[in-house]
Design a protein. Structure first.
Length: 360
């Protein structure tokens, strides 16, 4: 699907319900339906699949419209948003309709963040819901009661709360790359999108964020493979030293290379197109791929098991009351998370754990 190459296995596999169940868990069911229908391949319940695809594409059109409207509104107030993910990733696929998205994400940055909130509140007074203004990475505007249409405007694209040195490195990288934006034509509007180098790093970091907590779908890794593939040979060669410095400062070079092994050996990216590729991490790469397939997107199994190769999700909920109980819960969760992450990435796990303990 990702590379639009001929199917090398029996197309009858597309009639297996189990395949569609797995595709849904990996956030790839829409992609699979669009790809199969466009290639005239037999699938279960084609009329129902076509209707689901139709509804998803309708939603994508509404997202494009609110993206254009939001960009124009912010520009009227001399705020230049930068689209991250979404449509900027969709155009990398053989057919942009293959990629669905849940909302519209735009980077604003610290400088214009406060003013952006005022502008968006004034522009959409009838929006169904606004998020808290200074909580988390972004300010969210949900337009409808069905929670079908949302815009998330990012103060920062990602944060590493427990690792200040890593966070500084990532934010420095972000600020530098946001001065090298490109333009994507969406509908009737030219929209700013990040540099290819930023896409290569950010899509990975976003996937890692999901994997570290509760599991990431292969759809996110498909995005990453295509983001990396768009780098030219000259860009890749020039970027590699900067990338290595960044990843070492973030204690994530091994993480990057193990995930990269999965892209090359299971998602079809050429090794020559993956910066800092390392074939020595094959054993961990295969373990990671099995974990990805087992988890699906945000589907990691909740189980209080510290040892073994499989990663699990902390199975308890934070107490609603009692400061001491809440602190004990946090300590237990962080310790459990440390033991899970160290099964694959012990160096990163230790740095993150020590930073989290210091912070809390």
């Amino acid at each position: 699907m990702i590379w639009d190459t001929p199917l090398e296995i029996d197309a009858a596999v597309l009639l297996e319900p189990g395949l569609w169940h797995m595709a849904c868990r990996q956030q790839m069911d829409h992609m699979l339906a669009v790809w199969a229908l466009n290639h005239g391949l037999a699938i279960p319940k084609p009329a129902e699949q076509k209707m689901r695809v139709f509804h998803t594409l309708q939603r994508s059109e509404r997202q494009r419209a609110i993206l254009e409207e939001s960009v124009r509104t912010l520009r009227e107030h001399e705020i230049e948003p930068v689209l991250i993910k979404g449509q900027s990733m969709a155009v990398l696929y053989p057919n942009p309709d293959m990629r669905s998205s849940a909302d519209v994400d735009m980077y604003i940055g610290e400088k214009n963040y406060e003013r952006m909130i005022q502008v968006m509140r004034a522009a959409y007074p009838d929006a169904y819901w606004f998020s808290e203004e200074h909580a988390g990475l972004h300010f969210a505007v949900v337009m409808d009661k069905q929670l079908d249409l949302a815009v998330e405007l990012h103060r920062v694209s990602m944060e590493f709360h427990s690792m200040p040195r890593a966070d500084r490195a990532y934010q420095d990288f972000t600020h530098e790359e946001m001065h090298r934006t490109r333009t994507l034509h969406v509908g009737q509007t030219d929209v700013s999108i990040p540099s290819r180098e930023f896409d290569a790093v950010y899509i990975f970091m976003h996937a890692w964020h999901h994997f570290e907590s509760s599991g990431v779908g292969l759809r996110q890794l498909a995005d990453w493979a295509l983001a990396l593939n768009q780098l030219t040979d000259a860009e890749r060669e020039q970027f590699a030293p900067r990338l290595e410095t960044l990843l070492r400062r973030m204690h994530m070079l091994e993480v990057w290379q193990v995930f990269g092994w999965v892209l090359v050996h299971h998602l079809g990216l050429a090794a020559t197109r993956f910066p800092l590729y390392n074939d020595a991490c094959a054993r961990k790469g295969e373990r990671l791929f099995r974990q990805l397939v087992k988890d699906g997107h945000c589907g990691r199994e909740p189980k209080l098991q510290f040892f073994g190769h499989t990663l699990y999700y902390f199975p308890y909920q934070r107490p609603e009351t009692g400061r001491l109980r809440q602190k004990l819960y946090t300590l237990s969760r962080l310790t459990f998370q440390y033991f899970q992450t160290r099964k694959l990435f012990p160096r990163y796990a230790l740095c993150n754990y020590l930073g989290a303990l210091k912070k809390h």
